[in-house]
Design a protein around this ligand. Structure first.
Ligand SMILES: *[C@@H]1O[C@H](CO)[C@@H](O)[C@H](O)[C@H]1NC(C)=O
Ligand SMILES: *[C@@H]1O[C@H](CO)[C@@H](O)[C@H](O)[C@H]1NC(C)=O
Ligand SMILES: *[C@@H]1O[C@H](CO)[C@@H](O)[C@H](O)[C@H]1NC(C)=O
Ligand SMILES: *[C@@H]1O[C@H](CO)[C@@H](O)[C@H](O)[C@H]1NC(C)=O
Ligand SMILES: *[C@@H]1O[C@H](CO)[C@@H](O)[C@H](O)[C@H]1NC(C)=O
Ligand SMILES: *[C@@H]1O[C@H](CO)[C@@H](O)[C@H](O)[C@H]1NC(C)=O
Ligand SMILES: *[C@@H]1O[C@H](CO)[C@@H](O)[C@H](O)[C@H]1NC(C)=O
Ligand SMILES: *[C@@H]1O[C@H](CO)[C@@H](O)[C@H](O)[C@H]1NC(C)=O
Ligand SMILES: *[C@@H]1O[C@H](CO)[C@@H](O)[C@H](O)[C@H]1NC(C)=O
Ligand SMILES: *[C@@H]1O[C@H](CO)[C@@H](O)[C@H](O)[C@H]1NC(C)=O
Ligand SMILES: *[C@@H]1O[C@H](CO)[C@@H](O)[C@H](O)[C@H]1NC(C)=O
Ligand SMILES: *[C@@H]1O[C@H](CO)[C@@H](O)[C@H](O)[C@H]1NC(C)=O
Length: 578
């Protein structure tokens, strides 16, 4: 009795004993083709809680049904009496209809369909090994070992992964993972409709996608990249034919790389993209900088400020940032800020120059008014990428990363250099600098007598004075309408005090009285140009070239005496020889 039942079961629902489907042979719902090694099965199934029937391919031996390909994702059957057939000319049909993603103009004479052990369903002439059609060319949401993700440019074939709508519904969902050919290097792009959700960074050579170095370092995986005239694709393998591994684009907007774990009979998630908030596309808008170690993660690149402070205050950085100072462009006095350990901004609108050096790249950028930045492409030591659009997706990365040179107006660069110095110095112990009593200063300058005025600047007058002991001082009395707060002022005082360099006058102390802010210097009979440098009213007395030279001079001096860690970029272009 038992034997009869199981025989019946075999007849009704069993596999049709081979991996091959021939013309005039129907694969009925309930039957399966099983690949020669038993790894994959092809048949009818209903996903999750759905009652709809689909023709698909899944792992034959796994308890958890894991579907890797669906033939009729847009055209489900509502009953369980469907059949899959191969017509005499090589066309696969479901219930005599061409639901499959295949041309209806098949013209084979003696075709067969075969499910291979790598999960590929192929159609070929029975006496030939060449595939006329293969399911690997029409992926659904899954990439298997040996499948190409990308283009066959000769025939315009674009192989991409499209997420399921839900786990019960394999019809095309919102997310597509494709190989985007725009820009200097192809890059994997996860689309949500026409919006980008994630980009891998460009592929310049076989070292992999620029912003996704994790791919190349996952143990037990190999990656193949092809960037040729004929084909552009990504492919992966595991080296071990027994290990089951796949990529999917899921309905939640994630690209997952999964590996079957035999011991717990579950899929292990090996990589999940985008990796983090900063890895998403344009996490902080144009010219924003994303850093996971900061809170909030978004800030503006130096030299930029929020486009909408109000939105940023509400933690919405999507509108990004705008320049503090417009680029000069014409006089070639703009410069570059070196953003280190950075992810490359989206290269879709960038240009690629394969033979020029980084320095030539810089020159090239300076001569083009629309150029916003550049970076090394690092292809065998040369080549560069130049951006002529807003920079989107600059992030600080913990692993890998490049130096990205962001074009800035010289005024902003000088400002950054100043603050960089300040930051660097702040690392040391707080400096104690005497705060002089108002009465002391009054006495020294004889109530700020007019005849003691040494000179006047935009910041206010400088008085000569004499302390009780006879020491001569110069008192810089900052103008009342300078709105500097007490802390800000003290910080500046500390900064100046620490710059004990020949370019600077020695600061002896400071004085705060009500709204008054005063800096007390050693008296130098001939004055010092540099005292003007850190004044709030900069811009009046010195042109930018002069100021830049001074700042760099101070910086160099500082490096020399105290801080070998600090590096200051050279003169901005245009200042040389002027
Ligand atoms: C399939 O069936 C059709 C008609 O039923 C017949 O003409 C044809 O020869 C058959 N083909 C094969 C390969 O058996
Ligand atoms: C499937 O079976 C139902 C009833 O059992 C029938 O109405 C329907 O026509 C069948 N469909 C096909 C394609 O045979
Ligand atoms: C191939 O066979 C299918 C199914 O029988 C048919 O619909 C199609 O027209 C045929 N194509 C050619 C080119 O004969
Ligand atoms: C099938 O048709 C294609 C063009 O559609 C042609 O290139 C090819 O040679 C044909 N094959 C056979 C076996 O007739
Ligand atoms: C396959 O068979 C067809 C005829 O059925 C023949 O024309 C063709 O040359 C054969 N191809 C090979 C590679 O043997
Ligand atoms: C995905 O591939 C399909 C089929 O080749 C194509 O029509 C579609 O445009 C592609 N989508 C993207 C985003 O590449
Ligand atoms: C890339 O694809 C082309 C065209 O199919 C092929 O000739 C070449 O060998 C492939 N290169 C690599 C590295 O696989
Ligand atoms: C399988 O999963 C177990 C439990 O999570 C883990 O300890 C083991 O390392 C995994 N094996 C592989 C090959 O990932
Ligand atoms: C940018 O910074 C990196 C890291 O400090 C350094 O290696 C590189 O030389 C810098 N580039 C320039 C042009 O100074
Ligand atoms: C600047 O670069 C862009 C992009 O390469 C190019 O289209 C444009 O012609 C260039 N402008 C000049 C003045 O070279
Ligand atoms: C400070 O006030 C003076 C006189 O009212 C004025 O000329 C100067 O522009 C002001 N400076 C600033 C920075 O507001
Ligand atoms: C001040 O300048 C005069 C002439 O320019 C010079 O002789 C003198 O040495 C300078 N004094 C100091 C302290 O630098």
């Amino acid at each position: 009795m038992l034997i009869v039942v199981s025989l019946l079961a075999l007849i009704c629902t069993g596999s049709i004993s081979t991996d091959i489907l021939s013309p005039n042979q129907s694969l009925h719902d309930g039957q399966t083709l099983v690949s020669a090694g038993g790894t994959f099965a092809l048949g009818f199934f209903s996903p999750g809680g759905s009652k709809n029937r689909y023709v698909g391919i899944w792992y034959n031996k796994l308890q958890v049904q894991t579907v890797v390909w669906v033939a009729n994702r847009r055209s489900p059957l509502s009953d369980t009496n469907g059949t899959l057939e191969l017509s005499g000319n090589g066309t696969l049909t479901i219930n005599s209809m061409s639901f499959l993603p295949m041309p209806s103009l098949m013209n084979l004479t003696n075709p067969l369909a075969q499910l291979l052990d790598d999960g590929n369903l192929v159609v070929r002439e029975s006496n030939s090994s060449e595939f006329v059609w293969q399911s690997f060319d029409y992926p659904t949401d899954t990439l298997l070992q040996g499948m190409k993700l990308g283009w066959d440019l000769r025939i315009g074939l674009n192989r991409n992964l499209t997420s399921w709508r839900t786990k019960d519904d394999p019809s095309p969902g919102s997310y597509i993972l494709s190989m985007d050919l725009q820009g200097p290097g192809p890059q994997l792009t996860l689309w949500f409709g026409s919006a980008k959700k994630w980009v891998s960074g460009p592929l310049f050579d076989v070292s992999g996608f620029t912003n996704t170095p994790e791919l190349s370092t996952l143990n037990g995986f190999t990656n193949w990249y092809n960037i040729s005239r004929d084909e552009v694709y990504y492919m992966f393998g595991t080296g071990n034919p027994k290990s089951l591994s796949r990529w999917t684009a899921n309905q939640f907007g994630k690209v997952e790389r999964l590996l079957w774990n035999e011991s717990i009979s579950m899929w292990n998630l090996v990589l999940n993209l985008p990796k983090s908030q900063c890895d998403e596309y344009s996490p902080c808008g144009p010219y924003g900088l994303c850093d996971l170690n900061s809170s909030p993660v978004c800030s503006c690149l130096q030299g930029f400020r929020p486009k909408s402070q109000q939105e940023w205050d509400q933690r919405d950085a999507s509108s990004g940032c705008v320049r503090v100072t417009a680029l000069d462009c014409k006089n070639r006095i703009d410069g570059f800020m070196n953003v280190t350990h950075a992810s490359l901004p989206d290269t879709a609108l960038a240009t690629f120059h394969d033979t020029i050096s980084l320095d030539q790249c810089r020159q090239k950028c300076l001569t083009n008014c629309s150029c916003t930045g550049y970076a090394s492409a690092d292809i065998y030591g040369s080549g560069c990428v130049i951006w002529v659009s807003e920079l989107v997706g600059v992030g600080t990365v913990s692993y890998g990363g490049r130096d990205v040179y962001v074009r800035l107006a010289s005024a902003d660069l000088a400002f950054i250099a100043h603050h960089q110095l300040e930051k660097d110095i702040r690392g040391d112990d707080e400096l104690e600098l005497p705060q002089l009593q108002w009465s002391t200063v009054m006495a020294a300058t004889r109530n700020f007598a007019a005849e003691n005025i040494l000179g006047k600047g935009g910041f206010g007058p400088v008085y000569k004075g004499k302390l009780e002991g006879g020491k001569e001082i110069a008192v810089k009395r900052l103008s009342r309408n300078s709105t500097q707060g007490v802390d800000e002022f003290k910080n500046e005082v500390i900064l100046i005090a620490k710059l004990q360099h020949r370019n600077l006058v020695r600061l002896l102390g400071y004085c705060i009285q009500g709204e008054e802010r005063m800096l007390i210097y050693e008296y130098m009979p001939n004055g010092s140009l540099d005292a003007f440098l850190f004044d709030k009213e900069k811009g009046v007395h010195l042109d930018w070239q002069a100021r830049w030279r001074i700042i760099v001079g101070i910086a160099r001096g500082l490096i020399y005496v105290s801080s070998p860690r600090l590096k200051i970029q050279d003169h901005p272009q245009g200042s040389q020889g002027q």
